[in-house]
Design a protein around this ligand. Structure first.
Ligand code: NAP
Length: 264
């Protein structure tokens, strides 16, 4: 780990770094010379990414194969990093997954797994790493929510409710952590071209195809929000228009419109 001297002497921890936004966050921070801790379950993908980043950017990369669906695994991860003297300055709380389909057709286990990862584990990761940040009087935390946080979406009931939790947690901690010198922001992406849709068994409708964003501009918007001290950001003009439409119209109207876009 100490063999390589990072140009930028601070550690960034990225959950869900094995694909999609997480991988893009890793590329971005490595290009800036940060040392990285990459967390996910698929070790082969993490290892491949870490050797590419070490080679390209000469940065420290620590790979942690962790199934974040158990809170005990989050605490063990924090302990391992502390024992190695790795203190996290920037936390990208990104791991998450969705599942499309009628609430009652999914097993209770599948619904619970989503709640466990998208809510319980995200809360635990934030809690343990923010303690260290408070002790040092500095730190940055980005929570990856979704534009679905703005509305209850049929056939995405648990996921949209979970992401509403993430957005509200971010908004609350944004104010609460300010006196500690910790910046918190929530990123609310819309449909994006990552591994998400396949993992969520999501049907890509023509409407969603039109809205599809690439991971890079989404990640840049999140990092800009975090750097400029914004509370939350919706990336892309089309997603911003969606958020505005939800804010400006009655629930029955925007829910009916988005139900067509998401499920047609
Ligand atoms: N893409 C979209 O349309 C979209 C829109 C709004 C919000 N989001 C949010 O963006 C975040 C990132 O998703 P993505 O779009 O980049 O999808 P993705 O490509 O499927 O990435 C999800 C990441 O989460 C990791 N992960 C899943 N379950 C995990 C577990 N139990 N333990 C540890 N890591 C786990 C996956 O790694 P392993 O499988 O290797 O563990 C993967 O690295 C999620 O929170 C998602 O809800 C996505």
């Amino acid at each position: 780990m100490n063999a390589i001297k990072a140009a930028n002497d601070s550690w960034v921890l990225i959950t869900g770094a094995s694909s999609g936004f997480g991988e893009e966050f890793a590329r971005h921070y490595a290009a800036q010379g940060h040392s990285l801790v990459l967390v996910a379950r698929r070790l082969d993908r993490l290892e491949a990414l870490s050797s590419a980043l070490r080679q390209q950017h000469h940065v420290n990369v620590v790979v942690e194969q962790v199934d974040l669906s158990a809170v005990a695994a989050v605490i063990a991860l924090h302990q391992r990093l502390t024992e190695r003297g790795i203190i996290i300055d920037v936390l990208i709380n990104n791991a998450g997954h969705g599942l499309q389909g009628p609430f009652l057709d999914a097993t209770l286990d599948a619904a619970q797994a989503m709640v466990q990862l998208d809510i319980a584990s995200l809360t635990a990761v934030t809690h343990v790493f923010a303690q260290d940040m408070r002790n040092r009087g500095r730190g940055k935390i980005l929570l990856v929510a979704s534009v679905l946080a703005y509305l209850g979406m049929e056939n995405f009931a648990v996921y949209s409710a979970a992401k509403a939790y993430v957005l509200r947690l971010g908004e609350a901690l944004h104010r609460e952590f300010k006196p500690y010198g910790i910046t918190v922001a929530a990123l609310c992406p819309g449909m994006s071209d990552t591994g998400f849709a396949a993992a969520a068994k999501q049907h890509i409708t023509p409407g969603l195809k039109l809205l599809m964003m690439q991971p890079a501009p989404v990640v840049r918007a999140g990092i800009r929000a975090l750097e400029s001290g914004r509370q939350s950001v919706v990336p892309g003009w089309a997603n911003k228009a969606i958020a505005f439409f939800v804010w400006a119209t009655p629930r029955w109207l925007h829910q009916a419109v988005f139900s067509r876009i998401m499920n047609a």
